[in-house]
Design a protein around this ligand. Structure first.
Ligand code: ATR
Length: 308
């Protein structure tokens, strides 16, 4: 766990950050934030690129989020990353946001331009790069089953799938109504004359064994956007009997070790990957936004994978 600064350090003018060597001019806002791995690979990237800027963790409670975002320009910051639970608040705080950030309802990257704050979301594009790297396939060519379509992460992934117009998208959620509302919102992206067989290109289903079995027969990639499965005591998200070796599994959770879902997938002979690659690529894309140049991806990957 690294050092954590407070929202007041920033709101008070950011003197503590000017005095650092190199001066901190980038950060990640979160609550909690101590676990964030972003400073490790961003600082490695900044050093490798010869940029005299540091990246720090800032603990931002909900009631100080708007003030903390607005304090960035005066504190001399170039921008910040944003993690749970402030991605929606970040969208509200910025002066302008790109199309994907607006549609997903969340911002994970803020860039300071003069007094203005520009908002981006690199989670979806980061997932696209991660899927390509892990499985050598493009998200747009896949039939995707998304577990946990009702949360913020699930929504961001579903919107990315819609913007890519992937072959199929099945939104799975414990609370079915949320998945149904999202499916209705995204339906227009799937109204083409592309033929994919006897099933609709976008569907919403609950976590129900029969419905899942039916959908997995017409799927290539299963993405977990819930946090279920990281604890030993968690029940399986989907019954292991439904996991077949032809499927690919991507778990957006990146805690060390395999989630229950990935353990079951590995045992069934399916290809699988955890969210480390998405973390890496969303970070690399943030770097590219801040510095308008390619990120030193190998250095970032090395920093991330050498962690205990
Ligand atoms: P957010 O990302 O907005 O903070 P969350 O409460 O963490 O939301 O939930 C993220 C997703 O995980 C949601 O899709 C949630 O399902 P609901 O919409 O039905 O709440 C899903 N989720 C959380 N716990 C779950 C569980 N035990 N089984 C299945 N899905 C679960």
């Amino acid at each position: 766990m690294g050092e954590v600064y407070s929202a007041d350090d920033l709101i008070g003018g950011g003197e503590v950050f000017f005095d650092m060597d190199p001066p901190a001019r980038l950060s990640v806002f979160g609550d909690p934030v101590a676990h964030s791995k972003s400073p490790i690979f961003h600082n490695a990237a900044l050093r490798a690129a010869g940029i005299n800027v540091g990246y720090v963790r800032i603990h931002v409670p909900a009631e100080k989020a708007q003030a903390a975002f607005r304090a960035l320009p005066k504190a001399g910051f170039l921008g910040t990353n944003v993690t749970i639970p402030h991605k929606a608040a970040a969208l509200a705080a910025v002066d302008e946001a790109d199309d994907y950030a607006r549609r997903s309802g969340s911002v994970n990257t803020v860039a300071v331009e003069g007094e203005r704050l520009l908002g981006f979301n690199t989670d979806g594009p980061g997932l696209v790069r991660a899927i390509h790297e892990e499985f050598s396939v493009d998200l747009r060519d896949l039939r995707v089953v998304l577990l946990g379509a009702g949360g913020g992460a699930g929504r961001a992934i579903a919107v990315q799938c819609a913007m890519e117009s992937c072959e199929r998208l099945v939104l799975v959620n414990r609370t079915l109504e949320k998945a149904q509302a999202l499916a209705a919102e995204l339906a227009s992206s799937f109204q083409t004359d592309r033929l994919v067989g006897p099933v609709d290109r976008i569907q919403a289903i609950p976590f129900d064994e029969t419905a899942l079995r039916q959908q997995l027969a017409h799927a290539d990639l299963v993405i977990n956007a819930t946090s279920v499965g990281m604890r030993r005591t968690d029940p399986p998200l989907i019954p292991s009997a439904l996991i077949t070796p032809n499927l690919m599994f991507y778990d957006t959770v990146y805690a060390s070790g395999k989630s229950r879902l990935l353990e079951d997938a590995t045992a069934a002979g399916a290809r699988c990957a955890n969210g480390l690659s998405m973390l890496l690529h969303q970070g690399a894309l943030s770097f590219e936004i801040w510095f308008n140049r390619p990120a030193p991806l190998d250095v970032m990957r090395q920093a991330l994978t050498s962690l205990p």
